[in-house]
Design a protein around this ligand. Structure first.
Ligand code: S3P
Length: 451
């Protein structure tokens, strides 16, 4: 699992033009959901383009522990023989979700309305993250959870014997919480209703519809109202996973800040609930185009082309855009440091409970690299250094956070002096090919030799 005992430091140095095609891995969110929904129907679901990162492999192992057969058929092709809604068996051992909040929270939801008991744990990062946001609505279905203080893992959940449907208004904008409730609702009688004031990524809704569940989404005055018919019978699917826009963000951002770059990232998911980062970059003046827009397997996809953009301008990112780019703020802070003027990000308190406190991690590393950052509980702002460039020259902490590690390595590619990340191992959770792919484009990335 990520964050193994031996850290793997890596150094990024100012690079020549990044050019070529960047085939980033499959979408992490859709990959988790493919395995979980595949496990919740009887018959074989086939998945092409699955992200074979540690997070998703932990979910594959979890699905096996609950009784599904999950097999790698080679070259990103996977097959899942599911056990049906309500068919999960009791795992013989603890479920280790590694670094993955998505895996932990969605699997908790999927088992919460089946009368079995399972204990969940994860790495030090995941064990520090709040699970009460999921276990509270799951308790409304009749599930019981006992964890460490503050709703932390390890945690044992006993699923409801006689689940009741739930009507839940989300207190936080979280696709993980929404999805946990919907997955639990599959095995409850009647209708489960989730109301979200701010739209979060809607892959679960789209995929549930594809798997044959009765699900309706209504845009109403008080938000998106999602109604799911319980006691669903899901039909196995053939799924083609688009490439991850959150992973594409790294080669795209690097191309914008490294002189002379021109990078194409093909087949990227551009679901509107995920593309706030790209809208923001355009507003900053990035040379960015979406080419070949099309629809594949119920999700919009496109090829994204990014070229060196020396005239980026700092902007105020609209807070209502936060959910659609929640994973991209770390890399946006790096791009902002290369822009002229200030970039302000508000309404982003959720960043403090991701794989680490991402505002603190990025602010600390940026300051060490010569940047100026101001922050409050749910906002931060970066003072751009424009054409003068970012000094760099720091050793920064990744804090078991893949996106923090990749963000600072991108910084090093454009900064005057090299940037070293203390541990690049967590990158394998979502983007195991990151260093090879970036090197192929021309990035100067080197593991630091021990001793
Ligand atoms: C995810 C939702 C987001 C995101 C995470 C993946 C998902 O978390 O940060 O990387 O697949 O549902 P929240 O829903 O908690 O914001």
């Amino acid at each position: 699992m990520s964050g193994s005992d031996a850290p793997e430091p890596m150094t990024a140095r100012r690079s020549g033009a990044l050019t070529g095609r960047a085939h980033v891995p499959g979408d992490k969110s859709i990959s988790h959901r493919s395995l979980i929904l595949g496990a919740m129907c009887v018959g074989e679901t086939r998945v092409e383009g699955l992200l074979e990162g540690e997070d998703v492999l932990a979910t594959a192992a979890a699905m096996r522990a609950f009784g599904a057969e999950v097999a790698d058929s080679g070259e990103g092709g996977w097959s899942v023989h599911g056990v049906g809604v309500g068919g999960f068996g009791e795992p013989a051992d603890v479920i280790d979700c590694g670094n993955s909040g998505t895996g932990a929270r969605l699997v908790m939801g999927a088992m919460a309305t089946t009368p079995i008991t399972a204990t969940f744990t994860g790495d030090a990062s995941l064990r520090s993250r709040p699970m009460g946001r999921v276990t509270e609505p799951l308790a409304d279905f009749g599930a019981r959870a006992v964890g460490r203080p503050g709703g932390r893992l390890p945690m044992t959940i006993t699923g409801a014997m006689d689940p009741v449907p739930v009507n839940y208004t989300m207190p936080v904008a979280s696709a993980q919480v929404k999805s946990a409730i919907l997955l639990a609702g599959l095995n409850a009688p009647g209708e489960t209703v989730v109301i979200e004031r701010e739209a979060t990524r809607d892959h679960t809704e789209r995929m549930l519809r594809g798997f044959g569940a009765g699900i309706a989404v209504d845009e109403e005055a008080d938000g998106r109202v999602i109604t799911l018919e319980g006691h669903a019978e899901l039909r196995p699917q053939v799924i083609s996973v688009p490439r991850d826009p959150s992973s594409a963000a790294f080669p795209v951002a690097a191309a914008l800040i490294v002189e002379g770059s021109d990078v194409l990232v093909p087949n990227v998911g551009i679901n509107p609930t995920r593309t706030g980062f790209y809208a923001t970059l355009r507003e900053m003046g990035a040379d960015l185009t979406l080419e070949n827009e099309r629809e594949e397997g119920g999700e919009p996809v496109a090829d994204i082309r990014a070229r060196f953009s020396p005239e980026l301008k700092g902007i105020e990112v609209p807070p209502e855009r936060a959910a659609s780019m929640i994973d991209e703020y770390p890399i946006l802070s790096i791009v902002s440091a290369f822009a002229e003027g200030r970039t302000i990000m508000r309404g982003v308190g959720e960043l403090r409970v991701k794989e680490c406190d991402r505002i603190d991690a990025m602010a600390t590393g940026l300051r060490a690299s010569g940047g100026a950052v101001r922050e409050g509980e749910d906002w931060w702002e970066i003072e751009g250094m424009g054409p003068a460039g970012v000094p760099g020259g720091a050793r920064v902490e990744a804090r078991l956070d893949h996106r923090v590690a990749m963000s600072f390595l991108c910084l090093g590619l454009g900064a005057k002096d090299a940037v070293t990340v203390d541990d690049a191992a967590p990158i394998a959770t979502s983007f195991p090919t990151f260093s090879a792919l970036m090197s192929e484009l021309g990035a100067s990335l080197d593991p630091v030799k021990a001793g």
